[in-house]
Design a protein around this ligand. Structure first.
Ligand code: C6P
Length: 404
């Protein structure tokens, strides 16, 4: 059991009025709020050990390097990777996917196929389109049903010896669907295809075990996990990371450089050119410690309770239509009310202190599937409460009256 009121004390931002009303933050799928330990760790870094890493003989640089590498190990253990060199620091999920897709662009050839799904965020669509354009490979898409679940029988038919990589999200950011990734990975491996899992919406909410899943790549962003923005990770199996070409060239990713030939550094440095987001990388570990202190199982159980409560309460609103009613889903509720444009509702409830996201949520194909311009998306985190859901309902009722 978690003590929500105590947890809420950890988040300074939650205790303020927005537009004269207490803030209700339901835009957690876009980015999570940060606990004080994370905010303090950022200033502690700059107050005590700020310096460049992997470069200096001096003590500060060594301290910063140690903290950065310790954070890599924290991420390794958080996702149960076998080796810390299988964890590459990136700017976030988007960069992680681009890194893999750019590498595959060089490995793929005409006749090869890449499979993604209808549920993907644009950052798991566009990099693969670019890779296919460059290589001549073909992009295939797993369709969905009305509930927002992948059609697994069609997926099986799409798979063949020509499938080289399957890239799907663990959890849909727009609908909350939890995809059957263990099954996807197993089926793809039967055809020798690699599998990349976009875990941006999963790592904040449930325990991930990359060895058990046996995925080839897994990625996520710190900012959705109570950590800072501008940092994330790419997990890759050693053999795949060895096989992929470097993503960017520059300092720290080399072994030797001459004008004739450059040789590359060993993993993970081969993929970490230039000065990284040092403070972000280090503080990522603080965020992981914080999530672990609450417990992913506790977080998942409480958020499911909020999902049940929210769905039941919202169902009472006249004219509401939900998008994404999968059997297995996280605490994301996407909906529209009557013919009112989601943006109009979002704007009015913001005046009442409530933060939700409206629009296509960087998933235009899902909106096209439902033939809508966008949705209102309320996404709950473990620091939200049922009382806040009640405030959302009240605000929605007011907005509906004003806009009808
Ligand atoms: N989704 C949302 O409001 P970055 O921006 O690189 O940290 O994450 C991109 C990304 C990739 N995949 C999924 C499933 C995601 O949800 C996101 C980010 C946010 O839904 C911002 S668009």
């Amino acid at each position: 059991m978690i003590d929500i009121q105590k947890i809420r004390e950890d988040f300074p931002i939650l205790h303020q009025n927005i537009n004269g009303k207490p803030l209700v933050y339901f835009d957690n799928a876009a980015t999570s709020q940060k606990p004080k330990v994370v905010i303090d760790a950022i200033s502690a870094y700059y107050n005590t050990i700020n310096s460049n890493i992997h470069r200096g003989v001096h003590t500060l640089s060594q301290k910063a390097t140690d903290a950065y590498e310790l954070s890599r190990q924290k991420i390794q253990h958080f996702i149960n990777a076998q080796h810390s060199h299988e964890v590459i620091f990136t700017r976030g999920t988007t960069e992680s996917i681009n890194l893999v897709a750019a590498g595959f662009a060089q490995l793929l050839k005409k006749g090869d196929e890449v499979i993604i799904s209808y549920l993907e965020h644009h950052s798991n669509i566009v990099p693969w389109q670019l890779a296919c354009e460059k290589s001549g490979a073909m992009l295939k898409v797993i369709p969905i049903n009305e509930k927002g679940e992948l059609l697994m029988d069609v997926f099986e038919k799409l798979l063949s010896e020509t499938t080289k990589i399957v890239a799907v999200n663990h959890i849909s950011n727009s609908l909350g669907t939890i995809n059957p990734i263990a099954e996807i990975i197993e089926k793809a491996h039967q055809f020798g295809a690699a599998v990349l899992i976009d875990g941006a919406q999963a790592t904040p909410h449930l325990k991930v075990n990359v060895q058990e899943l046996d995925c080839d790549f897994y990625c996520s962003s710190a900012h959705k996990m109570c950590g800072p923005t501008g940092v994330g990770f790419l997990y890759g199996k050693t053999e795949w990371l060895e096989k992929l070409p470097p993503y960017q060239g520059g300092g720290e990713m080399i072994a030797t450089v001459t004008f004739e030939k450059t040789t590359y550094a060993t993993l993970p440095h081969k993929f970490e050119a230039g000065t990284p987001n040092i403070e972000g990388g280090i503080v990522f570990a603080t965020a992981i410690d914080y999530l672990n202190s609450i417990g992913l199982e506790n977080i998942a159980a409480y958020e499911q309770e909020l999902l049940r409560y929210g769905t039941e309460k919202l169902s009472q609103i006249e004219g509401i239509k939900f998008y994404g009613t999968a059997q297995h889903k996280t605490s994301v509720i996407a909906f529209n009310i009557g013919n009112i444009h989601p943006y109009d509702i979002g704007t009015i409830i913001d005046k009442l202190g409530i933060a939700v996201r409206t629009g296509h949520h960087c998933t235009q194909p899902i909106m096209d599937f439902y033939k809508i311009p966008g949705t209102i998306r309320a996404s709950f985190a473990f620091y939200n409460t049922k009382e806040e859901i009640d405030l959302l309902i009240e605000a929605l009722k007011k907005a509906t009256i004003m806009l009808s």
